[in-house]
Design a protein around this ligand. Structure first.
Ligand SMILES: [Zn+2]
Length: 68
């Protein structure tokens, strides 16, 4: 099974792909060939997901603000 993770390189913005060697799995950038620990890239992705998840919450706050 192949998973494609659309993660972006923090340095150049290129696509990252998941690679593996004897030390374990890590992300590698297609463009600049830099390697990143999975936890680091997932942390960035989780941050973005939190930002996206925060949008409906803002709406909820606005609705709550109109209530007396
Ligand atoms: Zn890069």
């Amino acid at each position: 099974m192949t998973f494609w993770y659309s993660r972006r390189c923090p340095r150049c913005g290129g696509d990252l792909y998941l690679d593996e060697d004897e030390t374990g799995r890590f992300y590698v950038c297609f463009q600049c060939a830099r390697e990143y620990p999975i936890e680091y890239v997932e942390g960035l992705a989780a941050e973005k997901a939190r930002e996206a998840a925060a949008e409906p919450t803002e709406k909820e706050v606005a609705v709550a603000g109109t209530r007396r």
